[in-house]
Design a protein around this ligand. Structure first.
Ligand code: SF4
Ligand SMILES: [Zn+2]
Length: 543
């Protein structure tokens, strides 16, 4: 048996593993087995108790291990093609695809094949991840496509229910499409409840929307639908650049949306664009300085997309008549390096390029598909660092070293943010983090127009006098919820951070009530281990 032989060899890395596989295959006169086949046989043998679990070998056999190195697996689900109220100059329009997406992007191709069915997209993706050896206990669902808040409400409710049904392995009932809005709300809540103890638990869910579509009611609904993170299409904070690109929303809307979302406990991601019509590299860099320094912004997550010039966008006409010129590759790399050098520790840069096929892009630096790698290598040579969360996550290199508790406070959107983390001494290895927010109405004088005072969905005043935990994340290879195969995860860091956050809220701000925005699949953790109770979509602990 190849697996038993591999267990004896104790391969240290993937090169070791490949040569061991080849050697064994030669000796046994068989063709070299694929990692997927070996993983199947490994799990079979473990389940039959014929071998002991060996997390190191299971990790080496995983295909594209990076998919679960941040502690969870991501499942992107695309909404159906639908119109968008925006007319943004750079945004592609392709028939049969949601606005802003193009054929050839991996998630788009997957969605097209499955007729944009959210159930099928979720189920298929989970299946593929499982076959490739990734733990599928913790799922982060990313709903992508167009402007989420512009889709009809019944469609959105049905869509979310379908994602949860797929994770719960409930059957894909075609009659759900005929349900009333009221029934959909009830069935969605039931699907979320079921997910609390399902095998594939939804630990996070994100929606993409425009800042001008965010208001207190919309925030409350997105939260009830299951979202824990909102991606805002901010793109620029220069009013004239926004106007030139026909964005239709400005800084006031961005600041307002950020505040509403943070006070409701969401993690806030900004999608920002470089190289927009009307901008320059130095303006782009200045823009990031502003969003890191101005308390109205300070996003938790960033997606930095250089403007990709493609024929299907109106910007192409500006290019043809000489009014728009994309940055050269070198200019773009230098701009990104300059931004990465100033990014604060509380931000996670999630992406610096979109998955648009390079064949569709005209004279654009977006053709460099390994942009992130080039930037990282150049920064290493220059001995400079990006201190964002992603660049410090422990991922697969868990060293079992001593960790220290760090705390950073900053003011944002009228409230106080307290970032607690377990890191090594040099702060280069990040193991676990928690975002605690003292919301704006508690941190400063109550604002009479504040969300929770006029928020109909929260008439029960769920969040009144609450500090909010907006994020709790332990990094490292995703571990199964049962605790088997665990490396960084399940060492109790999360619980320690929560206890510390509770202490800070009470000792320093006199707040005894804590709310957590948690994915449906994590509610049980807060209930069983920490004594929190579910109320109006949040997990709450009160004296
Ligand atoms: S709002 Fe978003 S999807 Fe709509 S046109 Fe603008 S960029 Fe495209
Ligand atoms: Zn970084």
């Amino acid at each position: 048996m190849v697996i038993e032989e591999l267990l004896k060899i104790k391969a240290k890395n993937s090169d070791d593993l490949s040569s061991a596989k080849r050697r064994i295959a030669r000796l046994k006169k068989i063709s070299c087995p694929s990692n997927i086949a070996l993983l199947k046989s490994y799990h079979n043998l473990v389940n039959k108790k014929r071998i002991k679990p060996n997390p190191k070998l299971a990790l080496l056999l995983r295909t594209r291990p990076i998919r679960s190195l941040a502690g969870v697996v991501n499942v992107s689900v695309l909404t159906k093609p639908y119109r968008c109220p925006g007319k943004c100059l750079y945004c592609p329009t392709e028939t049969g695809i949601p606005k802003s997406y193009v054929s050839g992007e991996p998630a788009v191709e997957r969605a097209k094949k499955l007729n944009f069915d959210p159930y099928e997209q979720t189920a298929k993706r989970i299946e593929v991840l499982e076959i490739s050896g990734h733990p599928i206990d913790k799922i982060d669902i990313r709903v992508i496509g167009g402007t989420w808040s512009y889709y009809p409400k019944k469609y959105r409710l049905w869509f979310c229910k379908k994602c949860f049904d797929a994770c719960n392995k409930t059957k894909n009932d075609p009659d759900d499409k005929n349900l009333s809005e009221e029934s959909l709300w009830k069935k969605l809540a039931a699907a979320q409840k079921k997910n609390e103890t399902a095998k594939c638990r939804v630990v996070g869910m994100s929606f993409e929307t425009r800042p001008d579509f965010v208001n207190p009611d919309e925030a409350a609904e997105m939260q009830k639908m299951g979202a824990t993170k909102i991606e805002l299409g901010v793109q620029s904070i220069y009013e004239y650049v926004l106007a030139l690109n026909l964005r239709g929303a400005g800084n006031k809307e961005t600041a307002n949306a950020t505040k509403i979302l943070k006070d409701a406990g969401f993690k806030v991601a900004y999608q920002m664009m470089l190289n927009l019509y009307g901008s320059t590299p130095s303006k782009d860099i200045k823009m990031f300085k502003e969003i890191f320094n101005n308390p109205d912004y300070k996003p938790d997550y960033l997606k930095i997309y250089p403007c990709a010039l493609i024929k299907e966008a109106a910007l192409h006409k500006k290019y043809l008549n000489g009014k728009y010129k994309p940055y050269k590759e070198r200019t773009l790399i230098n701009t990104i390096k300059a931004i990465k050098k100033i990014v604060p520790r509380y931000v996670r840069i999630e992406r610096i390029i979109r998955d648009i096929p390079s064949s569709l892009i005209i004279e654009s630096p977006d053709r460099i598909s390994n942009l992130r790698q080039i930037v990282a290598e150049e920064m290493e040579k220059e001995n400079t660092q990006c201190e964002c969360i992603r660049c410090r996550e422990i991922r697969g290199k868990d060293k079992k070293e001593k960790t220290y508790l760090f705390r950073e406070d900053y003011e944002a959107s009228g409230g106080r943010e307290i970032l607690l983390s377990f890191e090594n001494k040099t702060r280069k290895n990040l193991y676990s983090l928690l975002r605690l927010r003292i919301p704006s109405q508690l941190f400063k004088k109550p604002d009479p127009a504040h969300i929770w005072l006029r928020q109909p969905a929260h008439k029960d005043q769920t969040l009144k006098n609450c500090a909010i935990i907006r994020e709790l994340h332990t990094y490292g290879q995703a571990a199964e919820i049962s605790g088997k195969d665990s490396l960084t995860q399940h060492r109790g860091m999360g619980q320690k951070l929560i206890k510390e956050a509770e202490k800070i809220a009470e000792r320093e701000f006199g707040i005894k009530k804590i709310a957590v925005i948690s994915g449906a699949g994590v509610r049980d953790y807060y209930r069983q281990k920490l004594g929190y109770k579910f109320s109006s979509g949040y997990m709450i602990k009160s004296p």
